[in-house]
Design a binder for this molecule. Structure first.
Ligand code: ADP
Ligand code: VHF
Length: 372
């Protein structure tokens, strides 16, 4: 089997607390340096890399000289604030050694649940990647209370994977990958090389929370892989202590456990389009446009739209109906309702003359449309 990382262009790499902090003893600077060197090599191969790093609380606990991880929320939040400083300072230094700039992004659940904030987070991350910067993400633990937090960084890694349409998620941890049972308790457990993400039997293999340093254990990694697979991204769970783990995966070597997404990214996106978004308006297509979209699989151009109902913003979901009023497709409109009204029935070449700008030549791009 060739690792899915070989063909992935955009990657999210998640590293867990026990790895980052030497099992809670304090930041493992040598390990951070090794991962930074490997991620730098990936960027030289043309891949875009986002790092999701845990370890703020564990590092804060070590810096404050506390004997163990506290349980009171305000103490955890205080520890996170102290530890996050050390984390980003160390990463900045490690990436700088390879000529790479870093950016700190602290996210909360609300940033990913609220549509406007979601789009802002997405566009900031994509801008940073376009600039060749390595975004380093963690949950904003100091302001996240139980009710509103993502809770663990495996889940955060999957949410970020979906947020930026990454091709794959790599979860580095303190085990070689997934075993048929927790290897700490079952030394005879069988190693899993590859499995289809989202299969229920995986959840049975992963016990509860793992080490005393991290939060998730293997269970949250399995659920993260299931989540990432919904947007068509496969997940690799591997040991962060394995020599050259990222570089070897990028060369196609099968290391760790690969949890493969069954659907392609495009098919997953279309499923999401079909299921999840609120419809804000209606485009009435002429018979020629219905034929082109439904039978020839083309994008929807303004010339094929007779009229528009509703009030929607650029990027919002609209319904496409035929001359008989029946819904035949849905998609994300490239223009807001007011601009779209001004360009319907016109050839693409006239968009600029009418609006003074061209966002996209089509009203709805094929990739952002699902035909019903
Ligand atoms: N089926 C399994 N295969 C491998 N590890 C497992 C399994 N079930 C539970 N675990 C435990 O999960 C731990 C990793 O989770 P965790 O400590 O939260 O790591 P991280 O900090 O990297 O997120 C392993 O050390 C292991 O003890
Ligand atoms: N945001 C927390 C990480 C929580 C977490 O999920 O840790 P882990 O299970 O080690 O990935 C921190 O930085 O301490």
């Amino acid at each position: 089997m060739q690792s899915c990382i070989a063909t992935a262009n955009r990657l999210v790499v998640k590293v867990g607390s026990s790895l980052v902090t030497n099992d809670g003893r304090g930041l493992d600077h040598a390990a951070l340096g090794r991962w930074a060197a490997e991620m730098a090599a990936l960027t030289r191969m043309g891949k875009q890399v986002v790092l999701v790093s845990s370890g703020a609380i564990a590092e804060g606990v070590a810096r404050l000289g506390w004997p163990r991880r506290p349980s009171a929320l305000h103490e955890l939040q205080a520890a996170a604030a102290v530890g996050q400083m050390g984390l980003v300072e160390a990463y900045e230094r490690c990436f700088k050694a390879h000529g790479l700039k870093t950016a700190q992004i602290l996210l909360t659940h609300e940033d990913l649940a609220d549509r406007t904030r979601y789009l802002n987070a997405r566009s900031t991350l994509l801008t940073l990647l376009g600039l060749g910067v390595i975004p380093i993400i963690n949950e904003n633990d100091t302001v996240s209370t139980d009710e509103i937090k993502v809770g663990d960084n495996d889940t955060l890694g999957a949410l970020v994977t979906n947020l930026i349409d990454a091709d794959a998620l790599i979860i580095l941890t303190d085990q070689r990958g997934l075993y048929s049972a927790d290897p700490r308790k079952h030394p005879d457990a069988r190693f899993i090389d590859e499995y289809e993400a989202g299969q229920p039997e995986l959840e049975a293999m992963a016990g509860g929370a793992g080490s005393s340093v991290g939060t998730g254990g293997m269970y949250t990694k399995i659920i993260a892989a299931k989540r990432a697979a919904r947007s068509g991204a496969s997940t690799v769970i591997a040991s962060g202590r394995e020599d050259q783990v990222l570089g070897r995966l990028a060369k196609g070597e099968a290391i760790g456990t690969q949890l493969t997404a069954r659907t392609t990214r495009l098919a997953a996106r279309k499923q999401w389009l079909a299921d999840h978004l609120q419809v804000r308006g209606t485009l009435q297509l002429d018979a020629g446009a219905v034929r082109a979209v439904a039978q020839q699989g083309t994008s929807l151009l303004p010339i094929g739209v007779a009229s528009i109902e509703g009030d929607f913003l650029r990027g919002e979901m609209v319904r496409c109906v035929g001359p008989d009023g029946s819904e035949m497709a849905r998609g994300l409109c490239n223009y807001d309702a007011a601009d779209a009204r001004r360009i319907v029935r016109l050839p693409t070449s006239q968009i600029e003359a009418v609006l003074g700008f061209v966002d996209e030549p089509e009203l709805i791009h094929r990739d952002n449309m699902v035909v019903l």
